[in-house]
Design a protein around this ligand. Sequence first.
Ligand code: SF4
Length: 252
Amino acid sequence: MIGNIYTANLNRIEFVITNTCTGRCKHCSEGDHAGSGPHIDPEIAAGVVREVSGSCRIESVMTFGGEPMLYPEAVYAIHAAAAELGIPKRQLITNGYFTKDAARIKAAAEQLLRCRVNDILLSADAFHQETIPLEPVKRFAAELLALGLPLRMNPAWLVSKTHDNLCNNRTREILAEFEAMGIAANGGNVIFPEGNALKYFGDYFESGAVYINPYEEDPADLRTLSIDPDGSALGGNVYKTNVLMLLNQYHP
Ligand code: SF4
């Protein structure tokens, strides 16, 4: 039980496995990605899931990046711990491109089955496919499908899902290729003016308009514990301080 009113309603844990990425997307809210950098330690991350869910009613755990499958051991350890604890929603967001090697792609899909991830969101669209080849992504998707893993396409849209522009039209073509494989898309998300998105697509955003960041939380009623690749969280670091202590000490 957390005795802190600011974190008492926590119900989700998100891990940014790494900021390193195989993509260089122009719409990336993270800005330009470094070619290398820290990544989450698998054992410590799994320990965080166990400790926090012993004190809070955690309903979902998400792993993303950068490209999380560049450090798959962390992804497997986190989701295996979440599955053991009975956390209902166990999500992975990936661009699907971490190798071109068919055997490694197949092995990764099998490990995801073993660690019981139950919602895989595959980010593919005009923006990702400017720098990410489609073939290895489709191969990965096919391996996941063959194992019966739940998979949805998770595209990014410019202005809106229905807006007619070159990027959205290319995204529709890419999604059609996955649909032909039997993979449907979710609603995706509309690009938020931040980082590279603002740099490259600034013309599409109205100047003076106020855009609500869909990922922003009420700092006085945190629902999500977000952990960075170097262990940073809640103004501290889970590598140095017990995560329950961080949750108890947190002040907005
Ligand atoms: S794949 Fe995702 S994290 Fe990587 S550059 Fe593209 S938007 Fe950013």
